[in-house]
Design a protein around this ligand. Structure first.
Ligand code: ADP
Length: 548
């Protein structure tokens, strides 16, 4: 629909201005062929290019200096599609983290004093550099994380757009003036940056989860110590290199990685760190929340989900299949907003299951660098074993494998896209996040039953509904205990839709708040609400204003 609209706009534009339209079409086709060339580049050539550009970094960043671990220890970074070691990065711990915090703390005093417009210019430059290197960063994401290259390119643009959005938003951090209750007083509200931020991020979005945190943090004047996942540190380091190239001052942004609990504890214990922002598992999130209590830090948490995808009898079948497919199999099922349970109403169950199976069968599994692959490998062996244990539990309790259900013939951590039927609420797969390419279908009879099943979980991040009824879509959206609801839409948190390898339509999703309720987290990211997480509210009272 959106693509169709863009096509219409483009055609009407060409009609009004044929020469310019022709030029744009030529440029787009040239860009497309360049992008195709880039995409067919040999992995080794792409790695050489990254090295030449200084974007294949294998050291941490502390106070503007690229450093090894102080004891020289390293951890290997592997390509999940091949098992090859890409490089090693420092295994840092307490001492390096303490230095990173000190450097962020020192940088805070000058960075926070810049005007919003000045900070905005640095962020804009960073955004421009990320976009200029979008293919390089996408390649790096696919290499260390495994997602298909086009999906990785989508993540780079999505991630970059957080920086652009907050570069603009920096200029709109308004305070307030409150009408005084006593005549000789004036009452003001100031919004000020919280200070040093510890940002701990996961491997499933190696760039976007960093920019969604660091974008607003830097924009409002905070500085940050980033701890990316040890599985995917290279994208974080490349992004940090581009931040330095953009002129973001040394210390404003540090990157440490290695011993996660030790780094986490150092951030938690420091009185100089005023905020912890985390995306990852619910278990680690709870530990961080408890650990932050000692120094009473602000905490934002984006934790696990158990997303229901509810298909009602009155749904448009094509829309429901397409939306459920995208919601389930995006990033090979490895996102916290991925549909974890597909609840299908009795009257449409058989039709939906058949059409869904046909669509799932058509998905090509492969190395993310291979043209046409839409399902990459899982991140590691532990992830495959989790998938296997969930399927074993389900089948032992009566679930049937409609499709897939085993490791893929490609070996490594590739798994066949799988559909399970006859799934019930007692099975592990209905209770916990599978984080893999397995779609369990559960049957329900009434709207009330669907809402009860959907809400019967500790998680509350994303939910999806497919229905043609507007009253029902309102009723159910309001009844769902979730932070995000997609109605007739399976992808609600991505910024772009690729038209082809080069041209994208920007969407409006960045300006919407992302986050969960119940045990799925605290706080919101993205949008104007995402900025509040990095701000303190200060009340200033000016008294004794006497009449002349
Ligand atoms: P996942 O299971 O998806 O890898 P985790 O919650 O384990 O999710 O990891 C998310 C991020 O949290 C990663 O950067 C990881 O290194 C980090 N992490 C894991 N354990 C801790 C901890 N005890 N303290 C701080 N960070 C941690």
């Amino acid at each position: 629909m959106a693509m169709h609209r863009l096509g219409l706009h483009f055609r009407s534009f060409c009609y009004r201005s044929p020469q310019l339209g022709f030029l744009i079409a030529r440029l787009a086709s040239l860009a497309l062929s360049l992008a195709r060339n880039w995409m067919s580049m040999e992995p080794q050539a792409a790695i050489t290019r990254l090295k030449e550009l200084g974007l294949l970094r294998s050291q941490g960043l502390i106070g503007g200096k690229w450093l090894d671990a102080y004891d020289g220890k390293t951890v290997q970074v592997q390509n999940p599609a091949t098992g090859e070691v890409i490089t090693s990065v420092p295994c840092m711990g307490r001492r390096e983290t303490t230095d990173a915090i000190t450097s962020s703390y020192d940088a805070f005093s000058s960075w926070s004093k810049l005007t919003a417009t000045e900070r905005s210019k640095y962020l804009r430059k960073w955004y421009d550099l990320i976009i200029a290197h979008k293919e390089d960063l996408a390649f790096l994401i696919t290499l260390e994380q495994g997602k298909p290259l086009k999906e990785a390119l989508g993540e780079v643009i999505y991630g970059a757009n957080f920086i652009e959005f907050y570069a603009e938003e920096a200029k709109r951090v308004y305070g307030d003036i409150i009408p005084p209750t006593l005549g000789d007083r004036r009452l003001f509200v100031l919004k000020q940056p919280v200070g040093v931020v510890g940002a701990i991020t996961p491997w499933n979005f190696p760039l976007a989860m960093i920019t969604r945190k660091v974008g607003p943090a830097l924009a409002c004047g905070c500085t940050a110590v980033i701890k990316p996942s040890e599985f995917t540190p290279l994208t974080a380091l490349a992004a940090a290199e581009l931040a330095l190239q953009a002129g973001i001052p040394p210390g404003a942004l540090n990157v440490v990685m290695g011993n996660a609990p030790e780094i986490g504890d150092t951030l938690l214990e420091s009185r100089q760190v005023r905020k912890i922002t985390f995306t990852g598992s619910t278990n680690v999130g709870k530990k961080l929340m408890a650990g932050a209590a000692n120094t009473v830090k602000k905490v934002s948490l984006e934790l696990g989900g158990n997303a229901p995808c509810i298909v009602f009898d009155d749904a448009d079948l094509d829309v429901a299949v397409k939306g459920s497919l995208a919601a389930k199999f995006r990033n090979t099922g490895q996102t916290c907003v991925c549909a974890n349970r597909i609840l299908v109403q009795d009257g449409i169950y058989e039709k939906f299951a058949d059409a869904f199976a046909k669509a799932v069968k058509n998905m090509q599994v492969g190395n993310g660098l291979t043209e046409g692959a839409v399902q990459g490998p899982l991140i590691n062996e532990a992830a495959v074993q989790k998938v296997e244990s969930f399927i074993k539990d389900a089948t032992s309790k009566g679930a049937k494998i409609m499709l897939g259900g085993r490791r893929h013939s490609l070996g490594m951590t590739f798994y066949e896209p799988t559909i399970l039927t006859h799934v019930n609420e007692e099975m592990l797969i209905s209770r916990e996040e599978v984080f893999g390419p397995v779609a369990p279908l559960l049957r329900f009879r009434t709207e009330e039953e669907a809402i009860h099943m959907a809400n019967d979980t500790n998680a509350g991040l994303a939910a999806y509904i497919f229905t043609s009824s507007i009253p029902r879509s309102w009723r159910v959206s309001e009844a769902l205990e979730y932070g995000l609801v997609g109605i007739n839409e399976g992808i609600i948190s991505t910024e772009v839709i690729p038209i082809n390898t080069f041209i994208y339509i920007s969407m409006y999703i960045l300006c919407c708040p992302f986050g969960g309720v119940k045990q799925s987290g605290l706080g919101r990211e993205g949008s104007k609400y995402g900025m509040d997480e990095y701000l303190e509210t200060k009340y200033v009272c000016l008294g004794n204003i006497k009449d002349e």
